[in-house]
Design a protein around this ligand. Structure first.
Ligand code: CA
Length: 314
């Protein structure tokens, strides 16, 4: 199993409570000694934090909670989620932060995994984009050859997403790719340039499963929504009850539309692109392009007042 760590989204509620998406951190190539619990140190923006995780024998990192309140039996609970207090101790800036997970072992030496951790207010309006087939032209090739160049992307996507971000919306990216491909996929998205526009930064959520399970679900069973619905539900649950954080969704398959509808995105804010780069806005009969949506940006993505959270990095 390859190593990788997933991006993390933290939402701050008006009452100051912080909630995060799961910390999926996998040191796949480590020779873990079963009898010894190994500590994973966490650095944020190059500063060491007091928060640690523990590595299991499978190579996955967990937060460990002691559940022995009045019971003498010293029961421990494993979790992918830190508490609000632990999240506060990470000392996050608004927007994008770098998080590093460091494992030090006498056998494998020092190993580091890097991800982004975003802190956003609960007033954020989110636009979701699928990656494979939606930003890239192919659903399948992205899984097998994640380093394909910009010729494999749909024209106009970086310009459109840059405009959407300028209007005040936040972008999140979803891929059914396996967590072991996280660094390759992030590098690919970070360096994707079309006519001088880069893809705006945003958390990238992937499959916590291994490559085979991920590939089988997306390519063989063609049921990527079985991953996307729980992924997006987890994100929605970071927001206070009753808040609908998802504004629009971009995808390339009907199963994407199923996932987006399930998360209460209105039908005509769901956009599906086909292999010839024609985009269908659901509910409309005529297909257009990403460029056509860019031209109607003020109508479809009216500017949101973001003055209360002046963010530098998004
Ligand atoms: Ca796709």
């Amino acid at each position: 199993m390859l190593s990788g760590s997933m991006d993390i989204l933290v939402i701050e509620s008006p009452n100051g409570i912080l909630k995060s998406s799961s910390f999926h951190v996998r040191f796949g190539s480590l020779k873990v000694i079963k009898s010894k619990e190994q500590i994973i140190e966490i650095f944020v923006n190059s500063k060491k934090t007091p928060i640690t995780m523990q590595l299991s024998s499978s190579g996955d990192a967990y937060f460990i909670y002691d559940e022995s309140s009045n019971n003498a039996d010293s029961k421990k609970k494993k979790s992918f989620f830190p508490t609000s207090d632990q999240l506060k101790q990470l000392n996050l800036n608004q927007g994008n932060n770098e998080i590093c997970f460091i494992s030090r072992s006498s056998i494998s030496g020092i190993q580091t995994l890097k991800s982004s951790i975003y802190l956003w207010p609960s007033s954020s309006k989110i636009v979701i984009s699928d990656v494979d087939g939606t930003i890239t032209r192919s659903d399948v090739l992205g899984q097998v050859l994640p380093f394909l160049g910009r010729d494999w992307t749909h024209d106009g996507i970086t310009d459109l997403f840059t405009k959407i971000k300028k209007q005040g919306y936040k972008l999140i990216y979803l891929t059914a790719r396996a967590i072991g491909q996280s660094s390759m996929t992030k590098k690919y998205l970070d360096t994707l340039i079309q006519e001088e526009n880069i893809l705006p930064p945003g958390p990238l959520f992937m499959s916590p499963d291994g490559l085979f399970t991920s590939l089988k679900r997306e390519v063989i069973e063609k049921k990527p929504h079985l991953l996307k619905i729980p992924m997006l539900t987890e994100i929605k649950n970071l927001f206070p009850e009753g808040v609908e954080p998802f504004y629009a969704g971009f995808g390339n398959r009907e199963t994407d539309a199923i996932a987006y509808r399930y998360l209460n995105i209105p039908l005509n804010y769901i956009f599906l692109i086909d292999t010839s780069s024609k985009v269908l806005r659901l509910g409309e009969s005529k297909k257009g392009s990403y460029k056509d949506i860019s031209e109607k940006i003020d109508e479809i993505f009216p500017a949101i007042d973001n003055s209360e959270n002046n963010e530098i990095n998004q």
